[in-house]
Design a protein around this ligand. Structure first.
Ligand SMILES: [Zn+2]
Length: 404
């Protein structure tokens, strides 16, 4: 049961090729969203709609009971330098069972698998006691969690469980570090550069702070599962009246990865302490992302994404691992993501049990000649269908549970 027919496999490939052939860099997902909606309608989802942000949502189930959310983003990062690609980034070429193109792995492959997994559940006719939602969201790449937040807080879909399709190479991911972006403006005093002693050079003050931050970075805590917190200064800019003026301010951006137990308050306080120790003046704030969706919806989102982790013993982790074992025949590795995902919101902020499972390798994400193995998409679709059946089935006699 819950196996994709030859016909379904062909349709999944056609759908995935269309998704990859349709450019959808963040903020420009309109065309791909239309294609997703069309496929969900063709596959007879019980309800399909597009929300204010442009997310496409498909529902299968009775319209009551528990809710399971499959989350996949439609947007991709840019191609980068096309000369570094051997394959056309939008050609959706298939070679030796691999499909090539921007977004193939991150994460149109998972999106197609989730849509077909849901269709498989629908086709099975299994009576459901709850709903499966497949959400194809916008703008995850620049601002993970912001579109899924709108879905949950404004569309009123409060799921009991979330499954992220981000590439995990068919293994199970149950957490990742958090991310915080800080802007630090170091102050100085302007003067003519011929008399530097008359001023207070903001660049020199910033340099002292940067050395202090480098020292701080080496002493950040390490979590045995999620790894070490990190800190990196990634951009620096200054204001000065001209090249022969002492700059009166210097602004830097800090990329801070938070491990378990680290909070925004802690991370800001650490930078503040470094500022005080160096005897300089500086303002510290969390940066904001200004999102404008293809539907014209605007929102301003602070760049703070908490770390999260779901215990290995959690029933959701165990259900996904069980479904993988049923389909693949071996126990998956239960690990974590290196990158940040929508889980930062769903589990990190909203506290909804969240787990990651997707086809494709993490290292393919954002890379030139990005690709995905088609067989892995078929496998993923079956796993998605099976885990949804197990979480949402109505009948007590759903025998598969007994096999654990
Ligand atoms: Zn992704």
């Amino acid at each position: 049961m819950l196996t994709l027919s030859e016909y379904d496999q062909q349709n999944l490939v056609t759908f995935l090729r269309d998704l990859v052939a349709t450019p959808s860099v963040s903020g420009h997902e309109k065309d791909v969203a239309e294609r997703v909606k069309q496929e969900m309608e063709k596959l007879r989802f019980d309800e399909v709609w597009v929300d204010r942000a442009g997310n496409v949502i498909g529902r299968i189930g009775p319209g009551a009971g528990s809710k399971l959310l499959f989350d996949a983003h439609m947007d991709t990062v840019d191609v980068g330098d096309p000369k570094t690609w051997q394959h056309d980034p939008f050609g959706a070429e298939i070679e030796s069972g691999m499909l090539y193109g921007r977004g193939a792995c991150d994460m149109k492959g998972a999106l197609a698998s989730m849509v077909y997994g849901a269709a498989l559940l629908k086709q099975s006719g299994l009576p459901l006691a709850g709903d499966l939602y497949v959400a194809a969201v916008v703008q995850e790449e620049p601002c993970e969690g912001c579109a899924v937040r709108l879905l949950i807080e404004e569309e009123g879909i409060r799921p009991d469980w979330v499954v992220l399709g981000e590439p995990s190479n068919l293994q199970v991911s149950r957490g990742h570090r958090g991310r915080l972006e800080l802007c630090v403006t170091v102050k100085g005093r302007a003067a003519h550069a011929s008399m530097p002693q008359q001023g207070d050079n903001a660049i020199y003050n910033a340099a002292r702070l940067i050395f202090a931050l480098d020292l701080l970075a080496s002493s950040l805590p390490e979590d045995p599962f999620l790894g070490k917190g990190t800190l990196a200064v990634t951009q620096i800019n200054n204001t000065s009246g001209s090249r022969n003026a002492i700059p009166d301010s210097c602004t830097m951006i800090i990329d801070r990865r938070l491990t378990l137990g680290e909070t925004e308050t802690k991370a800001v306080a650490e930078v503040q302490s470094a500022v005080i120790r160096e005897g300089i003046r500086a303002e510290i704030c969390v940066t904001e992302y200004h999102m404008v969706s293809y539907t014209g919806l605007e929102c301003i989102v602070p760049q703070r994404y908490p770390a999260w982790m779901l215990p290995e013993s959690h029933p959701l982790v165990q259900t996904v691992a069980w479904a993988v074992r049923q389909v693949i025949g071996e126990k998956p590795i239960i690990g974590r993501y290196n990158f940040s995902t929508d889980g930062a919101y769903t589990m990190g902020t909203a506290g909804i049990p969240t787990v990651g499972f997707g086809p494709g390798e993490e290292t393919q994400a954002h890379a030139a000649d990005e690709h995905i193995r088609l067989a892995d998409c078929f496998t993923a679709a079956r796993v998605y269908a099976l885990l949804a059946a197990d979480l949402l089935h109505e009948l007590e006699s759903w025998g598969a549970r007994q096999n654990r």
